[in-house]
Ligand binder design. Sequence first.
Ligand code: ZN
Length: 162
Amino acid sequence: MTVDIKSKRDDTPLTATETAIEGRVYVHDTCGQMTRISGKEMVALCDPFQYVARTTCSGCDTRDIVSRFRWRDSGESISSFRRRMRDEAPVFCKIWIMVVAPLTASIIGIDLVRQIRIFAELPENWWIEIPLGILLITPLFCRFIAPKILQALIQPSFHQQK
Ligand SMILES: [Zn+2]
């Protein structure tokens, strides 16, 4: 008797991290050695909206600024790749990063400062409340949280671009 084992078909779309398993090789300009980056590190490195200042060279075992690395296959520097990805990104990504996220964070920050001012029974002063409210959470939110939300919601495929 033969047993027919049907494999279950899996239609679940791959996550960004899964599609980056194979990875891509970059060259460190300073030492000329190669490193393969993959998985979630690669997704972050290729995503121009995520804050990535430095990356690692496994050849000389140092962390260096991204402009000192280039893709081995295309020769393009990682910083210009990231700039190009930013330029080519869908317009709603840019609107989220440049308009919606800062505006939302600022409104929440200003309201928070206002609530604290009311709670502390201090006199109203918009000249302090507005700038303080903007500075309270907007820079951190825009740099670290807004890109993560974008990545989680739409899983942009910057890491699949060449
Ligand atoms: Zn190196």
